[in-house]
Design a protein around this ligand. Structure first.
Ligand code: KG4
Ligand code: ZN
Length: 337
């Protein structure tokens, strides 16, 4: 085959996605069927509903991805699939589909860590980047600060001890009743608010480590809302959104800048759903600019869950290690990097 075409599948949370990637970095198609509307009334992802929806959507989404790319099953060179971390039901649906296609068309199968996918989303948007790199992956499920000198060999500098950054956005937005998912809602509302209006904690910000903690901040917002309610006072939602977002951004920025300086890197990557946050991008870019360090983040469509990033991660994993997953590949909901 002249072209190296990868079919990638992602179903670890509430998006059913399939993509076709050419030669590692060129996205021929990236179909994402989001279940956001289904889960909205529950204020969060309901695993049982998600699994059932994945079953319904997986085949049409794969067909769409191939059709949009103008690619037949026979043209494919590799199948890449997320096998963790995530919700076990959703992961199993994607894995079963990937195995069936790999088996039917005699293709190598590569299992991908979802977090690694998020990291590689930057390699689609910016094909020129090279390690050494510091990378912050911030999503609904993860807050991981990594360093790597070589592709594939990650040193975990720190991660969250409790809630993920995106989870904190979602929970705060839920108690504020401003919409789901919370991140984009807070991002938008914060633009109308004063980020200094409400004094909120910045957990672990000055600690000499790279760990994060967001549950105390979330509780502080909850307490603030309860006090306001008790006093019968109106909640200044825009100010609260801006102040909360500022607290998260301050903590993330402080730790990333510290890591970039300690590791003496010239390039920093931001990835995961929260990397779509406009304030985080701006503040981090500014701080790193002063130190002549360049910040990269994926284009918006590649920040949140999608299969294109899994395809690119699959390409690199296959090229670098040649590691092929057996047909016994299983979902690993707690898979670590
Ligand atoms: O990467 P992702 O799609 O799924 C996981 O792997 O978790 O990330 C989803 C998370 C949600 O928590 C959502 O609220 C957050 O990313 N998010 C944002 C923004 N857009 C999405 N958080 C802050 N600001 C945003 N603009
Ligand atoms: Zn994700």
């Amino acid at each position: 085959k002249e072209e190296f075409l990868i079919l990638a599948i992602e179903s670890s949370c509430d998006e059913t996605s399939a993509a076709v990637i050419k030669d590692g970095k060129e996205v021929l198609s990236n179909v994402v069927a989001s279940q956001i509307d289904l889960h909205r009334k529950f204020g969060g992802v309901v695993p049982e509903i998600a699994s059932r929806k994945h079953v319904e959507l997986i085949n049409p989404v794969i067909e769409d991805a191939l059709e949009e790319a103008g690619v037949d099953y026979e043209d494919l060179s590799l199948v890449a699939v997320t096998y963790g971390p995530g919700l076990v039901g959703g992961l199993l649906v994607g894995i079963a589909a990937a195995k069936a296609i790999a088996y039917a068309y005699n293709l190598p199968l590569v299992g991908i860590n979802h977090i690694e996918g998020h990291i590689y989303s930057n390699f689609i948007s910016h094909p020129e980047i090279e390690p050494p790199l510091v990378c912050l992956t911030v999503s609904g499920g993860h807050t991981d600060l990594l360093y790597f000198e070589e592709l594939g060999a990650y040193q975990i500098l720190g991660r969250t001890k409790d809630d993920a950054a995106g989870e904190a956005f979602d929970k705060v937005a839920r108690v504020m009743e401003i919409g789901y998912p919370g991140g984009p809602a807070i991002d938008k509302l914060a633009k109308e608010g004063d980020s200094q209006a409400i004094d909120l904690p910045r957990p672990l910000i000055y600690d000499d480590n790279y760990d994060f903690s967001f549950s105390g901040l979330k509780t502080a917002v909850l307490n603030y809302i309860n006090q306001k309610k008790q006093k019968g006072e109106e909640i200044p939602k825009a100010d609260l959104a801006a102040s909360f977002q500022q607290a998260v951004v301050d903590v993330l920025t402080a730790k990333v800048v510290k890591a970039a300086q300690d590791k003496k890197v010239k390039r920093v990557l931001l990835s995961g759903g929260v990397s779509a946050n406009s304030h985080l991008r701006r503040e981090l870019e500014e701080k790193l600019d002063e130190l002549e360090i360049k910040l990269y983040y994926p284009q918006p469509r590649l920040c949140t869950d999608n299969a294109a990033m899994i395809g690119t991660a699959g390409y690199f994993k296959y090229q670098l290690t040649g590691e092929i997953a057996p047909y016994s590949l299983n979902a690993n909901p707690n898979l670590k990097l």
